[in-house]
Design a protein around this ligand. Structure first.
Ligand code: 13P
Ligand code: SF4
Length: 346
C-alpha cells in the first residue's frame, strides 16, 4: 500500500513540477518528510516559504505554520495544508480576544510601562497582528533571545505568549530570571497584578503537552542507564529539564547536534518522537535514544497530516482543484506580516 501511495505522490509531484514546493516540519511522519523539498524547524520553513517561487506551497506541518507561510508568500501563491485538523493546542491557548482583555488589565496595572508583546510562532495570525499593532514581533524557538533583546531595546517590559517554558528558559538565558511573573488567563486568582506590574517579563501560562511530559527524572534515568549519553532537549521543556540537559535548542539545533556527533556517541533526545525516530534513521552511526523511552509522545496535531491526505491534495492539484487552502483574512495579514518581518530581520 505504501509503495503504491509513494508512486502516486511521486507521479503527482512530477506532473506539478515547479508549480509546487512541499515543506515538511521535523515532526512530520517519515512518509511525509521523504517527499518534502525542504525539511526544517519553524524558522527555516518560514524562510523557505518566503523564498519559494512555486504557485503552490504544500505544508507538512500545523495550521499556524501554514498561516505564516500564507502571510509571507506573495498574493498569487497558494498555501495548502493536507489536513484542516492539524491545529497545535498550544497556539489555541492564547486567543487574540483573550489576550486583548489581559493587555487592558496589565497596561492599567503598569500605566507608565512600555510593554512589548512577543508571540511565539506557535500562535494564530490574529495574535501576530495584535503584537505588531503594539510594537511587538514574532519569534521561534531559535531566535526567542534575539526577540527579547529587540523588545528591551524598545521598551521596558515584555509580554511573552503563549509558551511559559520557552519564555522562562529565554529569561534565564538572558540572566533575567528574577524578573519573571506569570499570567494565568484561566484562573482569576492565579495572577498577582501588582507583581506583574513590577516584573519586566510577563509570561502567558501556555505550554506544549508533548514537551511538558519530560521530567528531570528522565534525565537522571538516562544518565544512570547510559553514563556516556548526552542529552539534548527543546526549549519548550520545563526549566528543570532544560537545566539538567547538555544542549537545548530548536528542532534544527537538535538535528545539527546529532549530525555533528562522532560515531558511537550516545544522544538522548527530549522532543517529539517522530524527530527522534528520524534521527535514528538519518544517523545510524550515532546511538539515538528517546529521553523518556516508551512514554515519549507524538504530537497529535502533526500526526493529522496523513500521507493519504498528502496524496489527495497533490492529485487534486493535478486535476486543477485546490483543496484545504489556508488563507489568512486580509485585515490580519498586513499586520501579522509586520510581526513576522520584524522576526526575519533580527
Ligand atoms: P521548532 O521551531 O523548534 O521547529 O519547534 C516547533 C514546535 O512546534 C515545537 O513543538
Ligand atoms: Fe504544538 Fe507541541 Fe505539537 Fe509543537 S509539539 S506543534 S508546540 S503541540
Amino acid at each position: 500500500e505504501e509503495a503504491e501511495r509513494t508512486e502516486r505522490i511521486e507521479a503527482a509531484l512530477a506532473e506539478l513540477d515547479d508549480d509546487v514546493v512541499v515543506l515538511g516540519h521535523n515532526y512530520q511522519r517519515r512518509e511525509i518528510v521523504e517527499h518534502a523539498d525542504f525539511i526544517g524547524d519553524s524558522y527555516q520553513l518560514s524562510k523557505e516559504a518566503a523564498e519559494a517561487d512555486a504557485e503552490y506551497v504544500v505544508f507538512g506541518g500545523v495550521t499556524f505554520m501554514a498561516e505564516s507561510a500564507d502571510i509571507i508568500t506573495d498574493d498569487d501563491q497558494t498555501v495548502i495544508l493536507p489536513s484542516m485538523e492539524a491545529s497545535c493546542p498550544m497556539a489555541g491557548m492564547a486567543e487574540a480576544l483573550q489576550v486583548d482583555s489581559a493587555w487592558a488589565e496589565i497596561t492599567a496595572a503598569a500605566p507608565d510601562a512600555d510593554i512589548v508583546p512577543i508571540t511565539y510562532m506557535n500562535s494564530y495570525a490574529d495574535l501576530k497582528a495584535f503584537c505588531a499593532s503594539h510594537g511587538g514581533l514574532v519569534c521561534t524557538s531559535s531566535n526567542a533571545h534575539r526577540a527579547f533583546e529587540y523588545a528591551f531595546e524598545r521598551g521596558d517590559k515584555v509580554l511573552f505568549l503563549p509558551d511559559k517554558h520557552l519564555g522562562e528558559n529565554t529569561a534565564y538565558r538572558l540572566g533575567m530570571e528574577d524578573e519573571i511573573a506569570k499570567w494565568d488567563p484561566w484562573d482569576p486568582d492565579g495572577k498577582d497584578v501588582e507583581e506583574v506590574a513590577e516584573s519586566d517579563i510577563i509570561l502567558w501560562d501556555g505550554y506544549c503537552q508533548v514537551h511538558e511530559r519530560f521530567r528531570e527524572t528522565h534525565i537522571e534515568e538516562i544518565r544512570t542507564d547510559h553514563p556516556d549519553a548526552q542529552v539534548v532537549v527543546h526549549p519548550e521543556c520545563r526549566r528543570e529539564v532544560v537545566e539538567a540537559a547538555d544542549v537545548v535548542g530548536s528542532t534544527s539545533t537538535i538535528c545539527e547536534t546529532v549530525a555533528n556527533a562522532d560515531p558511537g556517541e550516545t544522544w538522548a533526545i527530549g522532543t517529539e518522537i517522530h524527530l527522534t525516530n528520524h534521527l535514528q534513521r538519518w544517523h545510524p552511526e550515532v546511538d539515538v535514544l528517546a529521553l523518556c523511552g516508551d512514554a515519549c509522545m507524538d504530537c497529535n496535531a502533526m500526526r493529522q497530516i496523513d500521507p493519504n491526505y498528502l496524496t489527495w491534495v497533490l492529485e487534486e492539484l493535478v486535476e486543477g482543484r485546490e483543496r484545504n487552502v489556508i488563507e489568512v483574512a486580509p485585515e490580519e495579514k498586513e499586520l501579522a506580516e509586520v510581526a513576522l518581518d520584524r522576526m526575519l530581520e533580527i
